[in-house]
Design a protein around this ligand. Sequence first.
Ligand SMILES: [Zn+2]
Length: 266
Amino acid sequence: MPELPEVESIRRQLEPELTGRTVVSAWTDPLPSVPRQFARVADAVGHRILAVGRRGKFMICPLDGGLELILHLGMTGSLRFDVQDAYVRARLGLDDGRTLVYRDVRRFGRVAVVDAGDYSGIPTLATLGPEPLSEDFDPEGFAAALAHTSAPIKAYLLSQRPVAGVGNIYADEALWLARIHPASRRIGRARARTLHGAIRAVLAAALEREGTTFRDYRMVNGESGRNAAFLFAYGRAGAPCPRCGTAMRRTLIAGRGTTYCPRCQR
Ligand SMILES: [Zn+2]
């Protein structure tokens, strides 16, 4: 699933291609798999794309006329130009003759148009925590947020509320780096500060390598990210912990496969 480093890598490729272009046509899959998956996409027609921004795992493109085009890749979504196959779920024709194509095998993503800033139909975006690589994400605020939840730490991170953009891969990575057990429900101030630094470190390193490609994630040019070879925890169950050599274990937290070191994550 694309997380912050993957979505940001895609955003950086899309920005010069889309900024200033006008949408001239729109098509979406007539059978959406989740409610409002393709809400109001036709409203983009006739509007110019002013920028390609990002919040968490959402790309947010302001359009002239007070609208925003929201792109979310879900589990398996990707954005390409001028391709056609059975997994295409949405198409936006542009005034330079190209078509931005949204492909999605498992159909959990979203392409929608909203009034600027109105995310009432997109609850995850409406309640999104601070951007992890911005100054808004401060260690004290993060520690306070963790002190007010009784959820397992990994589940809380996946909710996107304490911090935006961290999904299954980077939650496992950051918790390993911070030596925190993913099911831990009590994270004191000192450990919260450590986790804050770990989240920033793993996201910044992955962004430098243009994200992690396991199966589906590709950038707009079709290339893979290079971070998969650098993972400490995610997907390494049974392999030795890079820190202590103990076999890494796999469990389920919030329904998601979770890998951790039983010895050095407490
Ligand atoms: Zn270990």
